[in-house]
Ligand binder design. Structure first.
Ligand code: 5AD
Ligand code: SF4
Length: 511
């Protein structure tokens, strides 16, 4: 079956960074024990004291699901659950599901069919279904699949040990309420060594849910109303991550630039100010955020891109379509002209900002002329990367009942044309940095011996020769070549870097 969408460049924003170009991934984790305020029951004590239990989590979909899977693992660690990459070893299998993709629930049911088969063959383990499909179809999952022991939505992760204990004692648990309590207050922070094992870059959820109700999207129904974590809570988690060695944070939210958390004095703080507070953490080198809605690109946030040097010049700002008629039908709440003006303001504040976006082709009623408008905005903005999707019906959303659904063949044709345009722009963007010296956060050993790899400020994967002891540092790198998915560079001395930036400034001044 054809994938409903094509991915470009790097895994952002709905695809786990760790998954490369595949939209589904399994993320085993190394965990340690830690004191936590999570609820604990007597059954839990009985079941966990005997031997360490093995946890296998399969994560589908977006970066927030990757973050959530780690939080679930952290919540279970104090109760004796260790991660395993081998499903056959697992005492508990959790499917952390995603509803954004086409036929999401069918895929979950077919995975559950495989797990049921394993149980029939005599393997003894618990099965939990989490994430957005669990939230949307809780009872249905429990009813249809005998293999499932517990179903729980994203707002219940802090209660996982208690829910699991109830399931262990024989109850069939379905928990899809939106509880009043703050789950983040109850989720334990990971141990330092566990954070270290997860790498130098980390996700940090600051906002959840969405009030925008775009007519194609399930998120407002599965993740609920927009909520923001408090500034102090975000700072505490960030400090903990940085103390363990994390150098780059990506702040997550379904509509992250609508962030409006309260500070210690009860004042509402926007994302720009939150980034300013985070930038005060000395050893934190870089801040990114995803994903944003154009209407929430405030003056304060745009100014932060000018003033906060830790805020990276890469912005994922989906427009979805270049046609006002389609934007209206999508209930996007802005026009193409509004979007253009926002981009102009952003580029005034940060001229080198690399733009990224999401596009849907074949939304109901989309004509050839509407699609041509999408191609125009793609060319005009000059996206450095983009994610492209064929419209697909999500039951329960207004788009599902719209007349004029576009034939599949037309969607396929438009997607191919759009992808070709974006691929060209991505290549051009890669080539445009050749000859420049960029700061690269060195993240890991490279594929070849003697090589190391990292990311440019524009989120490009960079490979270069260099010793592994540089991992964790930011190095000036002269970019010497650009491929389709990565660029190649050479580490330069700080003196060479200074000279290079003088030349760059002169070139810009001469233009
Ligand atoms: N059909 C196609 N694409 C969709 N997206 C969300 N819902 C749908 C749908 N029903 C895309 C949007 C969004 C991205 C995360 O997924 O482009 O920005
Ligand atoms: Fe979905 Fe629109 Fe909200 Fe984004 S802004 S999560 S596309 S409803």
């Amino acid at each position: 079956m054809q994938e409903p969408h094509t991915l470009h460049y790097r895994a952002l924003p709905w695809i786990p960074a760790s998954a490369g170009m595949t939209p589904e991934t399994t993320k085993p984790r190394v965990l340690g024990a830690e004191c936590s305020p999570v609820l604990f029951s007597p059954q839990m004590a009985e079941t966990t004291e005997l031997r360490p239990k093995k946890l296998f989590i399969k994560t589908y979909g977006c970066q927030m699901n990757v973050y959530d899977s780690d939080r679930m693992a952290d919540a279970l660690a104090p109760h004796g659950y260790e991660p395993t990459p081998v499903i056959d070893d697992a005492d508990l299998v959790v499917l952390n599901t995603c509803h954004i993709r086409e036929k999401a629930s069918e895929k979950v049911f077919s995975e559950l069919g495989r797990l049921a088969e394993m149980k029939r063959e005599g393997r003894d383990f618990m099965v939990g279904v989490a994430g957005c499909v669990a939230q949307a179809e809780g009872e249905e999952i429990a009813r249809r699949s005998k293999a499932v022991d517990l179903v729980f939505g994203p707002q219940s992760y802090h209660r996982l040990p208690e829910l699991l204990a109830r399931a262990v004692s024989g109850e069939r648990v379905v928990e899809t309420e939106f509880p009043a309590e703050d789950k983040f207050e109850h989720l334990p922070q990971a141990e330092q060594k566990v954070i270290r094992s997860r790498g130098l870059t980390a996700f940090l959820t600051v906002q959840e849910g969405c009030d925008k109700f775009c007519s194609f999207c399930v998120v407002p129904y599965t993740r609920g109303a927009e909520t923001s974590r408090s500034v102090e809570q975000v700072l505490a988690e960030a400090r903990n991550l940085v103390a363990a060695g994390v150098r780059e944070l990506t702040l997550l939210g379904q509509n992250v630039n609508a962030y409006h958390g309260l500070d210690a004095r009860g004042r509402s703080v926007g994302l720009g100010e939150l980034c300013e507070r985070l930038a005060e953490i000395e050893d934190l080198a870089r801040i990114r955020y995803t994903t944003s809605h154009p209407s929430d690109m405030t003056d304060e946030l745009i100014a932060a891109h000018r003033d906060n040097l830790k805020l990276m010049p890469y912005l994922h700002l989906p427009v979805q379509s270049g046609s006002d008629r389609i934007l209206k039908a999508m209930n996007r709440r802005h026009t193409v002209a509004d979007y253009r003006r926002i981009i102009e303001r952003i580029k005034t504040a940060r001229p080198d900002m690399a733009m990224s976006g999401d596009f849907i082709v074949g939304f109901p009623g989309e004509t050839d002329a509407d699609f041509a408008d999408t191609m125009s905005i793609v060319r005009e903005v000059g996206y450095a990367s983009a994610y492209t999707f064929k419209y697909s019906i999500r039951p329960g959303t207004p788009g599902a009942d719209m007349a004029d659904q576009v034939p599949e063949a037309v969607k396929t044709e438009r997607l191919a044309a759009l992808n070709q345009q974006i691929a060209t722009q991505m290549r051009d963007f890669g080539r445009s940095v050749v000859g420049r010296t960029l700061d690269v956060l060195i993240e890991k050993p490279g594929r070849m011996p003697g090589q190391i790899g990292g990311r440019s400020p524009y989120l490009q994967a960079v490979h270069m020769e260099g010793p592994e002891r540089l991992i964790g540092s930011v190095q000036p790198v002269l970019i010497v070549a650009a491929g389709n998915n990565s660029i190649e560079g050479k580490i330069v001395t700080h003196a060479e870097r200074k000279a290079a930036s003088l030349i760059e400034t002169q070139v810009v001044a001469a233009q």
